[in-house]
Design a protein around this ligand. Structure first.
Ligand SMILES: [Zn+2]
Length: 311
């Protein structure tokens, strides 16, 4: 017995009529995977026709493939994180252990699995591999699945994932090296542009948001320099702010910079090394941007509901 009118019932009916979007179907897979063969809020999953079953099975395979691509991208990010700040080309030499310089075998490079099998240590010299490496792989896996669930197999999902890849890479590099590489910011603009094209966004508005974010942070920097009597912010942070504004638009761009400022302030208060005066502000901007790219849909819905309520 189906509960007429429920969200799941409507979704099940649309699957049967083949009028369902990929992203909606993927949401259904999560329900089916967790309650397979059971009554699901009054819905009998077994009542689905064989073609719908096949469609769900195909989509489940897509999700598994997406997870693997996400993990592999995370592994590539780890390589970029080590090589880009040191000026080592991405293609050559082959992957090696930074401690003993031993070239890694293919089975040392299986994302997540190699780390677990080798107990988080290099197989040659037993030096510890930082936990940030497997965590990055897991983060990219989660992001990849999240974007496919949100947007289906689309250019929007791909460019959102690539944008988060770049922001995560910039964030990690700035956290350790206090530098925001120009090449990554430039690539970010190209990827964000592709995302704008896929969503038919207001390009001129986002370009204005980019200039506004840059000028706003420039003013903050001039005031900060005068107050602290030393450089308060790097040029890389300003360029990154321009990318944040372009990627997120004016409202979410300002929100990201505000969240980054809040995070930076809390970090300054809580950090143990009080002698270190620098703050990796780029890392905070990168983190808040990733959060907002993930929540963009929800924020839009909340803003629309709020606008409707005051009209
Ligand atoms: Zn080693």
């Amino acid at each position: 017995m189906r509960t007429p009118g429920s969200a799941e019932a409507r979704l099940f009916d649309r699957v049967e009529q083949s009028a369902v979007e990929d992203s909606e179907l993927l949401k259904l897979i999560v329900v089916v995977a967790s309650r397979r063969g059971e009554q699901c809020q009054g819905l009998d999953i077994r009542s689905l026709s064989s073609s719908s079953e096949r469609k769900i099975r195909d989509m489940t395979e897509i999700l598994l493939l997406t997870s693997f691509i996400g993990l592999s991208l995370g592994s590539f990010l780890n390589s970029c994180f080590y090589r880009i700040p040191r000026g080592i080309p991405l293609g050559k030499p082959r992957s090696f252990c930074p401690a003993c310089l031993q070239t890694l075998a293919w089975f040392d490079l299986v994302p997540l699995v190699s780390y677990v099998v080798n107990g988080g240590k290099c197989r040659s010299c037993s030096s510890s591999i930082p936990a940030s490496y497997p965590l990055t792989e897991i983060a990219l896996c989660v992001l990849a699945v999240a974007f496919v669930l949100m947007y289906g197999l689309s250019l929007q999902a791909l460019s959102s994932l690539m944008l988060c890849f770049l922001f995560l890479l910039i964030g990690r590099i700035d956290w350790v090296h206090f530098v925001v590489p120009n090449i990554l910011v430039g690539t970010g603009f190209v990827v964000a542009f592709a995302l704008k094209l896929s969503t038919q966004a207001d390009l001129l508005g986002d370009l204005s948001a980019s200039i506004f974010s840059f000028v706003f942070l420039l003013i903050v920097r001039v005031i900060g320099d005068a107050l602290a009597r030393r450089p308060s912010m790097g040029m890389g942070d300003l360029k990154l702010a321009a990318l944040v504004g372009f990627s997120l638009g004016l409202f979410n761009g300002c929100l990201a910079i505000w969240m980054a400022a809040l995070g930076g302030t809390v970090y300054t208060i809580l950090r143990k090394n009080a002698h270190e005066k620098r703050i990796p502000f780029g890392s905070f901007m990168a983190a808040s941007t990733i959060i907002l790219v993930l929540l963009e849909k929800d924020i839009q819905e909340i803003a629309d509901r709020w606008l409707n309520s005051i009209q």
